[in-house]
Design a protein around this ligand. Structure first.
Ligand code: PSU
Ligand code: MN
Length: 301
């Protein structure tokens, strides 16, 4: 018998009715955005999904229980907490076994979504190969999880804080389909386009859902990465972001930031250096990803 996460009443009802469900991660709440914007965004993303005809299932570990679907009280306490663990693939079981609380990254959220029978997951950006990985070996477990857990992840590409060409190479090596939505170019998170061509392009949710189903029929492990560009009215041009990213990266190196702390440090510094502009863009792209994820989940019913 496989393990079953604790479902919220809303997620449980959707599952019984066989209606569309979309998973959401919680590290973006605890480590990706400052309070109170993190809580406001979490609530807005959930309501965006509901208006688009899908039930939100935010994933987190609370007092050792793996939840799919949180109450507003649970969302609030995660958003305000300061010392919540960041759980990737390697950390999930230990956190649960010890009865602790933790927020799930893309990798751990994929594991939980799959255990809950949820095939689609919306987030901001995935983790990937960090700049300087040839020295640090810092490659997010998100990439390996995409290669082995059958969940379609909708993200706005990979953050430009990463080495995006190397990230795409590793995804190719791992056999993960990378699908740009309605454009050729691989989106660069805060910016809609980059000078990298995505390996695949699809123009509607039905095609993405069909590709997801075909992988299952072929017995292929792993999911798909859907790279959905930020709406152009909300984007920040790469020319503005590049120097900011360079400065934040240099500071992280100078301060010896490593391991799990790297991504949260860079996001926080970029937020400060852009005077909040990066956060506004981040919020808009997550909402946009929720809308596309809902459409894909509806096609999969
Ligand atoms: N992208 C965001 N905000 C985030 C993250 C990614 O826009 O908070 C988080 C996700 O949870 C992702 C994690 O899975 O950062 C990657 O962390 P690491 O590089 O340590 O694997
Ligand atoms: Mn890392």
């Amino acid at each position: 018998m496989t393990f079953a996460p604790v479902l919220s009443p809303e997620v449980s009802a959707a599952q019984k009715a066989g209606s569309a469900i979309v998973a959401l991660e919680s590290t973006i709440i605890t480590h990706g955005m400052p309070y109170p914007q993190n809580l406001q965004t979490a609530r807005r993303v959930e309501s965006e999904l509901r208006s688009a005809g899908a039930t939100p299932a935010t994933i987190a570990v609370i007092d050792g229980n793996l939840h799919a679907g949180l109450t507003d009280e649970q969302l609030q306490s995660l958003a305000k907490a300061r010392d919540v663990a960041k759980l990737s693939s390697a950390d999930l079981a230990a956190c649960m076994a010890q009865g602790r609380t933790g927020a799930t990254t893309v990798a751990a959220t994929m594991i939980a979504a799959h255990l809950a029978g949820i095939a689609v997951f919306a987030t901001g950006g995935i983790g990937g190969v960090h700049k300087g990985a040839e020295h640090s070996f810092d490659i997010s477990a998100d990439l390996r999880e995409l290669s082995q857990t059958p969940v379609t992840v909708v993200a706005a590409g990979a953050k430009a804080i990463l080495d995006v060409p190397k990230t795409l190479e590793v995804l190719e090596t791992l056999g993960v389909p990378v699908i740009a939505y309605r454009q050729q170019s691989f989106p660069a998170f805060w910016s809609a386009t980059s000078d990298l061509i995505a390996p695949l392009r699809m123009d509607n949710a039905a095609d993405i859902a069909a590709a997801h189903k075909m992988r299952a029929r072929l017995g292929l492990p792993g999911g798909q990465l859907v790279a959905n560009p930020i709406p152009t009215n909300a984007e920040i041009p790469q020319s503005v972001m590049s120097p900011v990213i360079a400065q934040a990266t240099a500071e992280a190196t100078a301060q010896g930031i490593s391991g799990k702390a790297v991504t949260p440090f860079l996001l926080q510094r970029i937020f400060e250096l852009t005077e909040g502009r990066s956060l506004d863009a981040n919020i808009e792209l997550v909402l946009n990803n929720a809308r596309l994820a809902a459409a894909i989940a509806r096609e999969l019913i």
